[in-house]
Design a protein around this ligand. Structure first.
Ligand code: PEP
Ligand code: MN
Length: 363
C-alpha cells in the first residue's frame, strides 16, 4: 500500500532545536486559571514547544464533563500570548475548525474517534481547504493502518502539506498493561508508506497511567519518532478527564530530562527491521507458551489416567524414548544438543511435579 503524497518534512517548517517536538498541556481545558497556570509552568521547560488542550470532549456516555467549548479557545489564546507557546486543539467537525482558526489556534488535530469515520474526516477536510494550517492526525481507535493513511490523504487533498501523524495506541481486546496497545509495527509501517510523515507519539493515551509514560516516551525516541505529546495538568489529581495519565509540570520536566536522545544514525531502516523482528519474536514466544500450557494440560490428563489405572508416574522407557526422539528432531532443526537436553529435562521435571501433585491429592 504505497502513497504518493508528499508531506513537508517537519524540519522544513518547525525549528526543533535538536530536540524532538514536545507538545503538552491538559487533556481538557477546564478553567482559565487551570489552563493558564499549566501553560505558564510547562513553558518554563525548554523542550516544550506547543500547548495542547481539549475544548470539545464528548464522552462515551452523555452527562459527564463534556469540555468547555468555544470559551476555552479564548483562554488558549491568552495562554499563547502569555507564554509564547504555539497552541493546538482537537477538531471533530467543520464548525470546530472555523472556531479554532478564528481564535488563532496554530495547529489542529483530528482525534482517534474522528479518524475512524471517513465521512467526518472528509467534512473537516472540506473546511480546511485554503487554510494551509498544520494538521495532526491521530491514528484511529482500531488497529487499521489504511484508515490512518486515508485520513492523512484526505487532509493532504485539502491542500495541507504540514501534516503530523500522532500515534496514540490502538484498542486491543487482549489483556495488556496499556490503555491502548502501542503496536509499534503500525506507525513504523506508516513511515514506510508515507516516507516524510513526522510521527509524534502520545504516551499518555497509550499508557493510561503515569507510571508507564517514561518507558514509552524513551521507546518512541529510540524508534526515531519525531516527538511526544504528553498530557499535563497543574493538579492532575483533580483533572476532570484522564486524571490517571496526566502529569504535573514538575513531573513532566523530570520525565523529559530523563530521556536519552540518542544520535540519529540516519538509519531508521535498521531500527525498523529490528522492531519488525522483535515483534515476530514476541508473537512466537506467545505461541510457544500457549503450546507449553497445552502440553501441561495433557500431562495432567495423563496423570489422572495413570491414577485411575494405578500406574507409576515415571516410566523410564517412555522418557528415554522422548529424549532420543526429540534430540534427533531438534538437532536436525539446527538446535544445540546440550540446550535441547536441558530444555527437555526442565519440561520433564515440571511434568512429573504436576503428576505427583495430582497423585498426592488423590490419596
Ligand atoms: C485527547 O488527546 O485528549 C484525546 C481525546 O485523545 P484520543 O483522540 O487519542 O483518544
Ligand atoms: Mn485525554
Amino acid at each position: 500500500m504505497g502513497s504518493n503524497i508528499e508531506i513537508l518534512p517537519l524540519e522544513a517548517w518547525f525549528n526543533l532545536n535538536n530536540f524532538p517536538l514536545v507538545i503538552s498541556g491538559p487533556c481538557s481545558a477546564e478553567s482559565h486559571e487551570q489552563l493558564m497556570s499549566t501553560a505558564k509552568e510547562i513553558a518554563k521547560i525548554p523542550q516544550v514547544r506547543v500547548l495542547r488542550a481539549g475544548i470539545w470532549k464528548p464522552r462515551t456516555r452523555p452527562g459527564e464533563f463534556e469540555g468547555v467549548g468555544e470559551e476555552g479557545l479564548k483562554w488558549l489564546f491568552d495562554a499563547k500570548r502569555a507564554t509564547g507557546l504555539l497552541t493546538t486543539v482537537e477538531v471533530a467537525e467543520p464548525a470546530h475548525v472555523e472556531m479554532a482558526l478564528k481564535h488563532g489556534v496554530d495547529i489542529l488535530w483530528l482525534g482517534a474517534r474522528t479518524v475512524v469515520n471517513p465521512f467526518s474526516v472528509q467534512a473537516i477536510a472540506e473546511t480546511l481547504k485554503g487554510t494551509h494550517v498544520p494538521v495532526m492526525v491521530k491514528n484511529p481507535v482500531s488497529p487499521d493502518l489504511k484508515l490512518w493513511v486515508g485520513a492523512i490523504e484526505r487532509v493532504y487533498g485539502a491542500g495541507i502539506t504540514k501534516i503530523i501523524a500522532i500515534h496514540r495506541g490502538f484498542h486491543y481486546f487482549k489483556k495488556s498493561p496499556f490503555r491502548n496497545a502501542p503496536m509499534w509495527e503500525i506507525p513504523i509501517e506508516l513511515k514506510r508508506t508515507i516516507p516524510n510523515i513526522p510521527i509524534v507519539v502520545d504516551p499518555s493515551h497509550i499508557c493510561g497511567r503515569r507510571s508507564l509514560l517514561e518507558e514509552i516516551s524513551q521507546k518512541a525516541l529510540d524508534l526515531e519518532m519525531d516527538g511526544l505529546m504528553i498530557e499535563s495538568h497543574i493538579n492532575p489529581a483533580t483533572a476532570k478527564t484522564d486524571a490517571a495519565q496526566q502529569v504535573s509540570p514538575a513531573q513532566l520536566k523530570t520525565l523529559l530530562d530523563n530521556l536519552v536522545v540518542r544520535e540519529r544514525q540516519g538509519n531508521p531502516e535498521f531500527q525498523n527491521k529490528l522492531e519488525e523482528l522483535r515483534t515476530e519474536i514476541d508473537k512466537l514466544d506467545g505461541e510457544m507458551l500457549e503450546i507449553l500450557a497445552k502440553r501441561m494440560d495433557i500431562i495432567n490428563e495423563i496423570g489422572d489416567y495413570k491414577i485411575e489405572n494405578d500406574i507409576t508416574i515415571l516410566q523410564m522407557k517412555r522418557w528415554a524414548g522422548i529424549i532420543e526422539d526429540r534430540l534427533s528432531i531438534g538437532t536436525n532443526l539446527g538446535l544445540d544438543k546440550e540446550f535441547l537436553l536441558n530444555l527437555l529435562k526442565l519440561i520433564h521435571t515440571e511434568s512429573i511435579k504436576k503428576q505427583e501433585k495430582r497423585f498426592k491429592q488423590s490419596v
